[in-house]
Design a protein around this ligand. Sequence first.
Ligand SMILES: [Zn+2]
Ligand SMILES: [Zn+2]
Length: 191
Amino acid sequence: MKRLILAFACLSILGCPLVIKEPVKHAPISPIELVVLGNLQDAGSPHIGCTKSCCAKLFKKPDTNRKVVSLGIVDYFNQTTYLFEATPDMTSQLKILSKQDTALPELPNGIFLTHAHIGHYAGLMYLGKEAINAHCTPVYAMPRMQDFLTSHGPWSQLVMLDNIDVLPIKANEPILLNDNLTVTPIPSSTS
Ligand SMILES: [Zn+2]
Ligand SMILES: [Zn+2]
């Protein structure tokens, strides 16, 4: 059984981030693939307030390859996908993830939220009635995040309208997604 360990660490890079290229579609060498969908700090690119050349240049010609930190998992055997973080760039990141194989649906089979920085859950808005109007997309979150999403608007509307189904996860307790895939939340001491 392949086991994926999810470290509850913010993968984002402060300041002006690195450039990440869109993954190239290729024949999978494993039934499970991890796809890096972004590595930017929560506020994305071009970064508001940044006057350095990285962003000044982008205003002339935005680089659409630069996206907020996110990981995707493709399970080719079960034809399922999972997303880590619902970023402001989620719509384009889901296009990239689902394009890994023609049979993959655009919506993932689950979304894991690692922590409560706004860039990690803002993309949930695209699951609402103003966008795809999803039906019970599983959103895995730690207890405080689950409470926040279910009791504070506008996120609580997604719960009320069954766009998302917020599922609790616990530290160090593996979540068995299928026979091939397990996710284990590991708390980080950083905030
Ligand atoms: Zn963060
Ligand atoms: Zn910049």
